[in-house]
Write a protein that binds this ligand. Structure first.
Ligand SMILES: [Zn+2]
Length: 120
């Protein structure tokens, strides 16, 4: 496993968050609504980063949900880069039809990848 391929650099990540969210939210919401919303975005991003790091480095118990999601996430990194984006769960992969199917059915995975490219 590539231990350096972990999280997005925080400085760059916060710069992107700033341009994507800070100004638009301050321009469209009153301060008493904007700042809690921005805090939620920053905390959510930080939790995502920590969870991503955890999935890469923690030694998960065999047969556990965490082990299954780590395997799923590693397949995204090293086998099927254009599908399987979920880190903590597969909800959005299910919604956007980018879920990596269990069992490694190659024909099925190729169909999912083709569908994901078609949707772009
Ligand atoms: Zn990862």
């Amino acid at each position: 496993m590539d231990k350096y391929r972990l999280v997005f650099p925080p400085t760059v990540g916060y710069m992107i968050l700033y341009y994507l969210f800070y100004k638009p939210i301050l321009n469209n919401f009153e301060e008493h609504k904007a700042f809690p919303l921005l805090l939620g975005i920053v905390v959510g991003y930080q939790l995502y980063d920590l969870m991503h790091y955890f999935f890469h480095h923690a030694d998960h118990r065999e047969g556990s949900y965490m082990k299954m999601m780590k395997t799923y996430h590693m397949q995204h990194h090293y086998k099927y880069g254009t599908i399987g984006f979920g880190v903590s769960n597969k909800l959005w992969d299910f919604v956007f039809k980018t879920e990596i199917m269990p069992g490694g059915d190659k024909q099925n995975q190729e169909a999912v990848i083709a569908n994901a490219k078609y949707q772009k």
